[in-house]
Design a binder for this molecule. Structure first.
Ligand SMILES: Nc1ncnc2c1ncn2[C@@H]1O[C@H](COP(=O)(O)OP(=O)(O)OP(=O)(O)O)[C@@H](O)[C@H]1O
Ligand SMILES: Cc1ncsc1CCO
Ligand SMILES: [Mg+2]
Length: 281
């Protein structure tokens, strides 16, 4: 049955407890997350991290990276408004994160949109991100490392179309790979886990994908030894915040506000009743 294929195997699930423990740890530890991100997403990303209890720092100058990056608990790199002068700082920060054994997360925005961007993303993948999170078109483009048809920053594929591409990318890179969409898919190259939360209206707010990538960085910061679990939990929690926010929203602009408020207010009971994560393999 198609529904079985999409939702994955039912399982007795400890996922809600795992997701709640990671959100609680983020709130209590307030991990410092360095973000080198695009101009569009800076505000929503910082506010997403703050509402989850983390501490964002949007610091991108190469002059500051040697002093600052080793003190961050995790690093988030997003190539959304990439230009040649930003790329060296991104690479330097990734190198400092690796040297200081800190997790770092890559968001390969519109990876297939140009040769320059694809090459930059491939160079960043060489620097061993802990997690790569993109939409289906981005993960397919990066996995194939080819310039296939692309709509730009929005996806023209379903996340479920990208499972094999995500597994290959995970195996080739050593990263956990996450594909956002109606079902968020997360893989280490062997296991495949899906988060079924969220609402379609989240695609109508720019930078929700960028922001959930930063939330992944915060969850991986508090549980670096379980990056797959942290990644799928962050995607599910962000989706639950979207579901709760949608109950109050009238459209994308008010959903943006209510999503942030809902993320801030999530409690144990809501997380346990709403988190929907299943294993596909
Ligand atoms: N059809 C859908 N139903 C439910 N949730 C969705 C749907 N599509 C996307 N989402 C959720 O919206 C968020 C953003 O995912 P999306 O795939 O749109 O990222 P993106 O394309 O990288 O976005 P952006 O580039 O604007 O940051 C994720 O949390 C994802 O789970
Ligand atoms: C719209 C847009 N363009 C470059 S980055 C960005 C934010 C969503 O990825
Ligand atoms: Mg994106």
């Amino acid at each position: 049955m198609e529904e079985d294929k999409v939702r994955g195997k039912a399982e007795p699930s400890g996922w809600p407890a795992k997701a709640w423990s990671l959100l609680s740890a983020t709130r209590s530890e307030s991990p410092l997350i360095q973000c080198i991100t695009n101009f569009v997403s800076m505000d929503l990303m910082a506010n997403t991290l703050l509402s989850a209890g983390a501490s964002p720092a949007m610091i991108h100058s190469a002059d500051e990276i040697p002093d600052f990056t080793p003190h961050a608990r995790a690093l988030c790199i997003n190539v959304g408004t990439l230009s040649a002068d930003w790329l060296p700082a991104m690479k330097l920060a990734a190198q400092f994160a690796c040297q200081s054994c800190k997790p770092w997360v890559l968001d390969p925005v519109a990876a297939g949109a140009s040769g320059f961007r694809l090459k930059a993303c491939l160079e960043l993948v060489e620097l061993k991100p802990t997690v790569i999170r993109g939409n289906a078109s981005e993960v397919i483009a990066l996995s194939k490392a080819s310039l296939g048809p692309s709509k730009g920053v929005d996806s023209s594929h379903e996340s479920t179309d990208a499972v094999e591409a995500a597994k290959s990318l995970a195996q080739a890179s050593g990263a956990i790979v996450a594909v956002s969409g109606a079902v968020d898919i997360v893989t280490d190259g062997e296991r495949v886990v899906g988060a079924h939360n969220g609402v379609p209206m989240m695609q109508r707010i720019t930078a929700t994908g960028c922001s959930v990538t930063a939330l992944i960085a915060a969850f991986v910061a508090v549980d670096p030894l379980h990056a797959l679990e942290a990644t799928v939990s962050a995607l599910s929690i962000f989706g639950v915040a979207g579901e709760m926010g949608m109950n109050l929203a009238k459209g994308p602009a008010s959903l943006r506000m209510h999503l942030i408020d809902s993320l801030y207010g999530l409690d144990d009971a809501v997380v346990h009743s709403r988190v929907s994560i299943t294993s596909f393999s």
